[in-house]
Design a protein. Sequence first.
Length: 300
Amino acid sequence: MPPSATVITKLKVQLKLSIARLRMVQQRDETMGKTQRRAMAQLLEVGKVDSARIRVENIIRSDITNELHEILELYCELLLARAGLLEAPTCDPGLEEAVKSIIYAAPKTEIRELQQVRALLAEKFGKEFVLSAMENTENKVSEKVVKKLSVAPPREELVQGYLEEIARAYGVEWPKRPKDLGDPPEFVDDDFDDSPSGGQAQKVSEPPIPADSKAAQEREDLSRATPPRSLGPNNPLHVNPPSPSTDNPRPKVTLNSLELKPSKKMVDAGIAKKNDDKKDGKGEGTSVEDLAARFAALKR
């Protein structure tokens, strides 16, 4: 029997309430996280490393929960955007992951509105559908949701990475690095070397390139070419570094093992553009295309 219009209406209301509650909880956890990170930096500064290693696990767990809330918020927005598909008697394949992930995660969170959404989805799709989602028999629940609800302790590498990032953010010198003993000698004599250089470094001369050869022409063209004077925000070469997360607390953009960092001019231009977008009202839509793009970014 298809669900009545009353169930769909209640579901829409609870989805909106869940989105608002999830956003509020994320802001609260971010504020608490800043205070906890400052306390970790103070522990590292006075040398209480063992205490910091234990307490930093609370920060890691809070960040994992915050990332879970962000994923659930996206799923709620997806169901709200595709509410018309919920009127079908069976769950649409395009919504199955979102529906089962919410059913799976709702009892393990503190969001009461999300539990109301779960109850309405259970009323709509039936008890067997809920049991299948809770046991994840068909592996339809998002792997990220299952992983972030795991109770396994964080890896030692993750704990070390968090402590180093907290120390760097608050200007604490940790871990303590050995003092610089000076530069090594440039040349080392080798008594067993029979070369006439006497152990000194010699420059290996390259064979001359004919002036009429193709290699000489290419070298001349490269010497005449002028590189771009600046790489601003309007340049077609633009790389956005990924956001930090519990899977990768220190994301970097590298090119040939060299870390790429934006210049002050590019950072100022990006901030100005973001402010202009906010004034124009951009970035506030919840269309299906926007949600699909955000899901793709989370699955990276």
